[in-house]
Structures are given as structure tokens and as C-alpha cells.
Design a protein around this ligand. Structure first.
Ligand code: ADP
Length: 630
């Protein structure tokens, strides 16, 4: 206790000094913050009239004081007293009012001394020197005031226009400058902040990281940058500390939006990583040359390679692809570069153990310059095997059905012939019906056989040149022979020679005409027109029936597709005719398209390449090679 008393006594003068220096430091701080006080709150000079009126007023007051002092002290005071007027006017209005108040002061000085009402003139050389010195001093003060003000004003304008908080502290963490955004952040006006210690206003501030780093920066004089979050306000700031000899400036950059985006990105990256690591499908990053940069375990196990093989660069998707798929790959890659996406398609891959497997793959372009893309692989070997088995079954079943069907048909025809002689019309009617149903059954089996052949790539064409016009004419006539409900009309003609399988092309036309009849139960006509068009011939089949709904136009050429409308109206069919037709036309390097209006009818156009044309006069083909073949 005693010791502490002694200590107290000893520390008393020290405390006094500390107290003195504390106030001295305070005074210094107030002086330093004064320009900010004066300019931050006053971004623009006052209006001209007010500036000059204030100047006149100030000079008048000082003149009055000078007259009173002259009178009471009974001596003529120098111009020095007008310095106050010049300083106030220069601070208030800048250079112009500073100079104006200097001139006014000189005139007033002359007028009021030696006594009020004196002539405005310089009496002596001493007076001349005094006036000159005063004018020089006035000019200097005005100039200095203008430049200090404009520098501080510009600094304030810049700092105020920043949309982020900016604070300057002195060495003792007193607020020296606070911009508008910082005021908002601290919820306190700068008048309450400037000159005050941070810790006095916010006692808890000392515990904060910003305070700690500010102190550290003041000590080390090193720039520091770090990020903080203010959970109460749900905000993130990137903070930069700029230390100097006199203090430290703190710049708070609001990075809340960036942080939110980063968080969302991290989340989606995490989700994507989970998806890739989940190994449900194979995911690969590769370039167009087939070089694989990254692959997940699922892909590696699909193709039978190890991660070590991947790291050694031993896996290349182009090398893994059988040559027959290079053309389809080329097209898919072109589309990937053009559109940025690779629509899924299936192809075979050769595994490390040389076994073949089927993959369904698709992808997206990651970078156009590096041509890197992310591809997704799904092993569909099992499904393909099943599909193959199903096709094999259809093929075998159709073959097996064809044989008994042919003999039943033959026996039916024999019976038909016999009954025709007996004039037993009733039995003949039944036999005709049996024959018709057998024809339908035959068509169905043929179609199923064709489908399985198409799937296995076994549809073989007996190609030879033929006159398309002859084929159309024959089919139209044949159809008219068996159709009583519709008139089948041929329009136009063609001189084109088509090289291809005449029977198969005929099958396409038969399918289109029978559809035209089938799907126009109320219609009376089906028009088949032929037209030569440069290097091609176009055969169109037009009906005036129900038409095809817009959404079905693309689908009608797919396997087993039947429009709901026709399913409901019980028009019989299997949805195979157009699929087979399309494959046949495609194999002849032609195309099949449809135009249709619901309730008005449909027109199917088959375009085939013409290998030559028959000459008008001679009736001979322009191409001797083909004409000899004819
Ligand atoms: P199918 O006629 O045996 O059902 P297709 O492959 O020939 O098989 O035709 C597929 C589907 O396209 C039909 O079910 C029908 O909905 C539609 N379609 C084909 N031709 C026509 C047509 N001329 N008019 C209206 N719809 C048609």
C-alpha cells in the first residue's frame, strides 16, 4: 500500500505532463481536422453576391474596430489589423474575395486615417511601402487560401464520391477523415466522429480485428489487406490499410455480392463434384484430338483403364473409337464447335481388353481456343445387346411366319379359283376376305423384317437405273385398280432416270399412296405428281384428309409412332411404313418431307437424285452408260 502511495506521489508530475501533452495532441488533431470540417461540409463556394457582401461587411467591421482603437490609443494603427479581414474573406470566398478585401482594406485604411474622411491618397514614401507590403501580404494569403481550399475540396470530392467507406485515423486512432459512406456504416455523423478516439466512441472496437491490424500497420508502416464479415448486417468487406507517418487510412470495399456469387459457385461446384464422384455416369474432359485430361472412376472402369494409364496419357478417345464411327464423330465435333453442345448419340468404343462396348455420349464445349469439352458417357452395351436380341427375334419370327403364310395364301388362291367355277358367291366372299387379311398380315411381317434389317444394317438394295415416270405411272394404275373409294390421279411427268432399287422406291410410293387413302376417309382424290428439278426428281403424294398435327410432323418418321388422333379413330397401322420409307429414301441419298394442314390434308415430297435424263427427241438417255444399262 505504502509503495503505491509513493508511486502515486511520484507519478503526479508525470500525469501532469501526460495531461498537457494529451491536450496538445488534441489541439493538433483539431487543427488538422479543421480543413476537413470546413471543406467537407462545404463542397461548393457560397454564391458570388453573398461572398462579396460578407467581404464588405468584414472589412467594415475591422475598419470600425481600427477607428475605435485609433481613437482610444490616440495613434495611427498600421494596416496589419486588416489581415483578419483578408484571412476571413479569402477563406470564405477564395482568391477573388481575398484580393477584394485587400483593396477595400487599403481604401478604408486611407479614408479613416489619420481621421475619418481623409483623402484617399498616399502621403509619404513610408506609407507607400506599408501599402505595398500589405497588398503583397493580402495577395499571398488569398492565393494560399485558394490553393489549400481547392486541394482539400478536390480530395474531399474524390473521397466522398467513392461508394465505399473510407476513414483516416491519426496515430492515436482518432478520426481524421470520414467519408459519407463511412458515416452511414457507423451510423454516426462526421461532426460527432472527427477528432474523437475510436476507442472512446466505441469501447468494444479495441477487440476488433480492424483495430488490431490498424495498430499493427501503424507500427510496421506496411500496407495490409484482409477480408471481414459483419454478420449483423450480412455484409462482407475487403479492407485495405494504408499506413503513413501521421496515421492510417482504412478503405472498406463492399464485396458482399462477390462473396455471394463465390458461395453459390462453390455450392454448385460441390454439387457437380458430388455428381461426378457419384460415378453414375462417366465424365471426361477431353479435346477434339481425343486427348483425355480428366476422367472420373466410372469412365475408367467402363473402358477398363486405370488412373495410372490416364496420368501416363495412354487413353485417347479417338484411338478407342472404331474407324466406322469416325464420320459421325466428325459431324458431332463440328456441331460441338459451332453450337457449343454435342447432342447425345451412341457409338462403339474399344476397351483396353479390345472388347467392344456401346456408349451413349454427349457433351458441352468448355473452351473454344483449347477445344476442350466435357463429355458424358453412359454404358448402353446391355441395352444394345437386348435390342439386338429383340431384332433377331423379330427377324426369326417374321421368317418363320412367312413360310406358313405363303402356303396358306397359295391354298386360299387355289380355293378361290375353284369356288369361282362353282358360283358359290358366299364362300368366294369369305375367301376374298381371308385373302385380304392375309395380305395385311404379309405386309406387317414384311415391314417387321425390314425394320430388323434396317436396325442391323442388312437392308440390301438391288441398284439399277430406271425411269421414275414409268414406275409412278404403273403404281398409280395398279392402285386405281384395287381402290374404289378414291380417284388416284397422276399429274406432271418426268424424264429423270434414277439409279436405285426400283422395288424399294415403289414400296415408298405404295406406302405414301395407301396412307393418303387411309387417312382421308372423307376424301375423294389422291394426287401423285412428278416433277424434274435440276439434278433431282420430286414425287409428291397429296391427300385431302385429316392432316397431321404440327407437333407430330417430325415424329411420324420414327419407329412405331402413330398419331394419338389416329389411334383414337381406330385407323389400323403399326407406325412402320414412314420409318422404312425414310430409311429407303435416305439410302438413295434423297429426302422425304411433309407439308400438312390439319383438316385440309397432307402432301409428302420424295426427292431423289437423278442420275440422268432421257432426251426429248430421241428418247435416249443423255448418259450413254445408263442408256445401255436400260
Ligand atoms: P401407319 O400408317 O401404319 O400407322 P406410318 O409410318 O405409315 O404408319 O405412319 C405413321 C403415322 O403418321 C400414322 O399413324 C399417322 O398418324 C401419320 N400419317 C401418315 N401418313 C398420313 C397422312 N397422309 N395423313 C395423316 N396422317 C398421316
Amino acid at each position: 500500500m505504502k509503495k503505491s502511495k509513493k508511486q502515486k506521489k511520484k507519478s503526479a508530475p508525470f500525469l501532469k505532463y501526460t495531461f498537457f501533452f494529451y491536450h496538445l495532441e488534441n489541439f493538433r488533431t483539431y487543427l488538422l481536422t479543421l480543413p476537413f470540417f470546413l471543406t467537407v461540409t462545404r463542397w461548393q463556394k457560397p454564391p458570388v453576391l453573398r461572398r462579396y457582401l460578407v467581404t464588405i461587411f468584414v472589412v467594415l467591421i475591422i475598419s470600425l474596430i481600427r477607428v475605435i482603437l485609433n481613437f482610444s490609443l490616440e495613434q495611427n494603427l498600421s494596416y496589419i489589423i486588416f489581415t483578419f479581414a483578408v484571412v476571413i474573406s479569402a477563406w470564405y470566398g477564395g482568391l477573388g474575395t481575398g484580393l477584394f478585401s485587400t483593396i477595400l482594406s487599403v481604401l478604408s485604411g486611407m479614408y479613416f486615417s489619420p481621421e475619418p474622411g481623409s483623402a484617399i491618397s498616399i502621403h509619404s514614401s513610408e506609407e507607400q511601402l506599408r501599402v505595398t507590403l500589405f497588398i503583397m501580404q493580402g495577395g499571398f494569403i488569398s492565393l494560399l487560401s485558394e490553393s489549400v481550399q481547392s486541394a482539400t475540396r478536390w480530395q474531399s470530392i474524390i473521397l466522398e464520391s467513392i461508394s465505399d467507406p473510407f476513414i483516416t485515423y491519426d496515430r492515436n486512432m482518432r478520426f481524421m477523415y470520414v467519408n459519407r459512406r463511412a458515416e452511414e456504416m457507423l451510423h454516426t455523423s462526421r461532426r460527432q466522429l472527427l477528432g474523437k478516439r475510436l476507442s472512446d466512441l466505441y469501447p468494444d472496437a479495441k477487440k476488433t480485428i480492424v483495430y488490431k491490424y490498424c495498430r499493427e500497420a501503424l507500427h510496421t508502416k506496411r500496407f495490409k489487406q484482409f477480408e471481414i464479415t459483419i454478420p449483423q448486417e450480412n455484409k462482407w468487406f475487403d479492407i485495405s490499410l494504408y499506413p503513413s507517418h501521421d496515421g492510417v487510412s482504412v478503405y472498406y470495399q463492399d464485396i458482399t455480392r462477390r462473396k455471394r456469387v463465390e458461395k453459390r459457385l462453390r455450392q454448385s461446384q460441390l454439387q457437380f463434384k458430388r455428381f461426378v464422384d457419384g460415378n453414375i455416369i462417366g465424365v471426361v474432359i477431353e479435346d477434339l484430338k481425343g486427348k483425355i485430361y480428366e476422367a472420373n472412376d466410372s469412365f475408367l472402369s467402363m473402358v477398363g483403364y486405370s488412373r495410372a494409364d490416364l496420368l501416363k496419357g495412354k487413353i485417347n478417345s479417338v484411338e478407342m473409337t472404331p474407324p466406322e464411327y469416325s464420320e459421325i464423330d466428325l459431324l458431332a465435333n463440328k456441331r460441338l464447335l459451332r453450337k457449343g453442345i454435342m447432342t447425345p448419340y451412341s457409338k462403339e468404343y474399344i476397351r483396353k481388353d479390345k472388347k467392344r462396348m456401346f456408349m451413349l455420349m454427349g457433351g458441352v464445349l468448355l473452351n473454344k481456343n483449347t477445344q476442350q469439352s466435357m463429355k458424358f458417357y453412359l454404358d448402353i452395351t446391355e441395352q444394345k445387346e437386348l435390342e439386338k436380341k429383340k431384332n433377331e427375334f423379330i427377324s426369326i419370327a417374321s421368317h418363320e411366319l412367312k413360310t406358313p403364310l405363303t402356303s396358306v395364301k397359295a391354298f386360299t388362291q387355289i380355293l378361290q379359283r375353284q369356288f369361282r367355277n362353282t358360283k358359290d358367291d358366299r364362300s368366294l366372299y369369305f375367301l376374298d376376305n381371308i385373302n385380304n387379311q392375309l395380305n395385311k398380315l404379309n405386309d406387317l411381317i414384311s415391314n417387321l423384317l425390314d425394320v430388323s434389317k434396317i436396325e442391323e444394317g442388312r437392308l440390301i438394295f438391288q441398284e439399277k437405273p430406271f425411269l421414275i415416270d414409268n414406275l409412278v405411272q404403273k403404281i398409280v394404275v395398279d392402285f386405281q385398280y384395287i381402290t374404289s373409294s378414291h380417284v388416284i390421279e397422276k399429274q406432271g411427268s418426268s424424264k429423270a432416270i434414277v439409279t436405285g432399287d426400283e422395288d424399294r422406291i415403289g414400296q415408298v410410293l405404295i406406302n405414301l399412296i395407301s396412307n393418303g387413302i387411309k387417312y382421308s376417309p372423307q376424301g375423294t382424290h389422291v394426287i401423285v405428281s412428278v416433277k424434274d428439278n435440276k439434278q433431282t426428281v420430286v414425287i409428291s403424294v397429296e391427300d385431302f384428309g385429316e392432316g397431321i398435327p404440327k407437333e407430330d410432323k417430325e415424329k411420324i418418321f420414327t419407329r412405331f409412332f402413330r398419331s394419338d388422333k389416329h389411334e383414337a379413330s381406330r385407323i389400323s397401322g403399326f407406325g412402320l411404313g414412314l420409318y422404312i420409307s425414310k430409311e429407303i429414301v435416305r439410302s438413295h441419298k434423297g429426302k422425304i418431307e411433309v407439308e400438312s394442314k390439319e383438316g385440309k390434308g397432307s402432301t409428302f415430297h420424295v426427292t431423289l437424285p437423278a442420275s440422268a435424263q432421257i432426251s426429248k427427241k430421241t428418247g435416249k438417255s443423255k448418259s450413254t452408260k445408263i442408256s445401255s444399262a436400260l
